[in-house]
Design a protein. Structure first.
Length: 232
């Protein structure tokens, strides 16, 4: 965001902020909707079924077995969420899909580079009186859900998952913190030949737990897959 829009404009919200509450509520719903199931599964595989998260081959096997299913869960959840009504203070309740269509109808198609992002008042359109608030004015309260801001569960989720970024050299500035959290995602390359992967898949496809998405079925699939992979 800062590379595209420029530094010290507030284009990206670093760390904890009341402006993060709307997206924090969404993350709570994602977690409760489908994310927690997979988190619990991976924790159990690591604790009791031989998953070594520091082993790239294990990470590859985990992705090979479950990544498509996780993506499908995410797509199904998003499709349902996009059609559910969201309460809006002082406005009609609408679904995200309806809001998107309404936004297109009212403002037209927009990209990430508005024509004049630093203008606080836009020129009035033909037939209109006065200016229209510019991006900086419109977005002052963006991301703040005033009702959810008071909910302990949402604030706790925000605090738990957005660690303290440390103190800035100047505490009155709200720009980039002195240090950033970083998660290194390993490049889990396939440790097998094409023929070996085909053998693994053929063996797994005959299991009763294959293609099922319950926690127990996924655990059984992992246990067998790990055993077969160890013999290839």
């Amino acid at each position: 965001m800062e590379e595209v829009r420029g530094a010290e404009r507030g284009s990206y919200i670093w760390g904890r902020s009341v402006h993060n509450i709307r997206i924090e509520r969404l993350w709570v719903e994602v977690t409760s909707g489908f994310g927690s199931k997979w988190k619990v599964l991976f924790q159990e595989l690591e604790a009791m079924h031989g998953l070594n998260v520091d082993n790239d081959a294990h990470i590859w096997l985990l992705q090979h077995l479950f990544l498509d299913t996780i993506n499908h869960d995410a797509e199904v959840w998003a499709a349902v969420w996009n059609e559910h009504a969201i309460s809006r203070r002082g406005e009609a309740h609408m679904s995200p899909s309806q809001m998107f269509v309404q936004g297109l109808a009212e403002h037209g198609q927009r990209g990430i580079l508005p024509a004049d992002a630093d203008t606080d008042v836009r020129e009035p359109a033909e037939g209109q009186e006065g200016g229209i608030p510019g991006e900086n004015v419109l977005y002052d309260g963006y991301g703040i859900d005033w009702d959810e801001l008071q909910r302990t569960r949402i604030r706790a989720h925000n605090a738990e998952n957005n660690v303290d970024d440390g103190e800035l050299l100047n505490p009155f500035l709200s720009d980039r913190p002195d240090r950033l959290s970083h998660i290194e995602v390993p490049d889990a390359r396939c440790p097998f030949t094409v023929e070996q992967v085909a053998m693994l898949d053929a063996h797994l496809s005959h299991l009763p737990c294959f293609a099922r998405t319950t926690i127990q079925s996924c655990k059984e699939l992992w246990v067998v897959a790990l055993q077969v992979a160890s013999t290839l």
